[in-house]
Design a protein around this ligand. Structure first.
Ligand SMILES: Nc1ncnc2c1ncn2[C@@H]1O[C@H](COP(=O)(O)OP(=O)(O)O)[C@@H](O)[C@H]1O
Ligand SMILES: [Mg+2]
Length: 391
């Protein structure tokens, strides 16, 4: 037998460089909104491709823009967050030759010893970064570039702080408030803030009752690939691989994947390849695709994540959410009337519609025109059905 060649599938890590499959519609929407002067929040559940898109934009900015991306989930206080954003601006400007004289002025003003890719060394202690950040952005008019900062996993910070007690929750509210102030002054014409994260940002913020503090951020939704894109992705990933897909095979695979996220498509290509290699089959078939689907539902550790995440996000509403998802997985669909009955049993009549919206925004369920809910992804539905099969 010839040497087996696996498809080049990325199934978990950020898709970067040549592994990145272009999402032109989302990228164009992003640039349109930035140029219209908006700040942005990326709305999408985990593994939809937010980080890959943001890192791609960062590595390929349009002319006149400098982008800087950081995952900021480990931050635990307001001062640490503002210091981090302050440092991001500096590291960003540091990338540009043109900003040199501005940088010199800034390093002098703030007694900065060194700026490296990992951090900024200050000589003076006790700087009030909340105030200094605003001054820093003010002075940036001199830099003839538009700075875009991507703050990934931002809601994690707010969620963790809200769970730590009343003082910490008050600080989280203050963060939202201060960041909004920063955006709202309208002074910083060449600065854009982009926020993204996998816990429903809206849910976490609504929980602490300050939704108005983020509603100026323009939402950009990241969803599935269209049919043509999905096929192009299959062709790209399987180029040169032993297992090849003709049009009919691609249709079978995409029908099984359902909601066409790059993640699920590549997980399927990978699973089909593993099974085919094990059984020394060089041609893909509907049976093999079916087996691959079952294999993923049983063994993909990332599916568990969807379940545990609910525990991290919800508290008093958890029982209601669990029952809704369990029933929906079993029956394949759930009407708004059935949901209302479940809500009543849990004393959550008023919260019910908001919670269902959150489950839709977070990528669990989808609602049709007749208010019938079903799982977005067949993988997720099959996983849930299996998990609760004896209940
Ligand atoms: N543009 C893309 N090209 C190729 N694969 C992608 C792309 N976007 C997402 N993926 C797939 O989804 C997985 C998760 O992507 P990631 O950007 O980390 O998502 P998120 O930040 O929304 O959680 C990747 O490991 C890859 O399998
Ligand atoms: Mg991410």
């Amino acid at each position: 037998m010839k040497k087996w060649k696996a498809p080049h599938a990325i199934t978990g890590p950020i898709a970067e460089g040549k592994d990145y499959f272009d999402r032109p519609e989302i990228e164009e929407e992003f640039w349109r909104r930035v140029k219209a002067g908006h700040h942005i929040r990326f709305l999408a559940p985990r593994r939809v491709g937010k980080t890959s898109i943001m890192k791609h934009i960062t590595a390929n900015p349009q002319s006149g823009f400098i982008c800087f991306y950081e995952n900021i989930q480990s931050i635990t206080s307001m001062s640490a967050l503002f210091q981090r954003i302050f440092e991001m601006v500096l590291k960003c400007a540091n990338k540009k030759e043109k900003a040199k004289s501005w940088m010199l002025g800034v390093t002098k003003k703030f007694n900065i010893k060194e700026i490296t890719a990992t951090g900024v060394k200050f000589d003076s202690k006790g700087l009030d970064f909340t105030k200094e950040l605003s001054d820093l952005l003010d002075s940036m008019v001199e830099v003839e570039h538009h700075v875009i900062l991507f703050l990934d996993e931002f809601p994690e910070i707010i969620n963790k702080m809200r769970k730590r007690g009343a003082d910490s929750e008050a600080e989280a509210i203050e963060i939202l408030h201060q960041l909004r102030e920063l955006r709202q002054t309208g002074r910083f014409k060449n600065f854009t803030m982009v926020i993204a994260g996998s816990i429903g940002l809206e849910y976490v913020v609504k929980k602490i009752d300050r939704f108005k503090n983020i509603n100026d951020l323009q939402p950009i939704r990241v969803g599935e690939l269209d049919h043509k894109e999905a096929k192009a992705l299959i062709q790209k990933v399987t180029k040169g691989a032993t297992i090849q897909y003709d049009d009919a095979a691609m249709e079978v695979l995409l029908a099984k994947v359902g909601y066409a996220l790059p993640y699920y498509i590549q997980v399927m290509l990978d699973a089909v390849d593993t099974l085919a290699k094990k059984e020394a089959i060089e041609k893909v078939s509907p049976e093999l695709i079916e087996q691959a689907f079952e294999h993923i539902v049983r063994h993909d550790p990332n599916l568990e994540d969807w379940y545990t995440r609910l525990n991290d996000t919800y508290d008093t509403e958890l029982k209601f959410i669990n029952e809704v998802l369990k029933t929906c997985a079993k029956d394949g669909r759930l009407s708004i009337q059935q949901i209302a009955n479940i809500a009543q049993a849990h004393n959550l009549d008023t919260e019910c519609v908001g919670l269902m919206d959150d489950l839709c925004n977070d990528g669990y369920l989808i609602e049709d025109d007749n208010h019938i809910y079903s799982f977005v992804s067949p993988f997720l539905q099959a996983y849930w059905k299996r998990k609760f099969r004896i209940l």
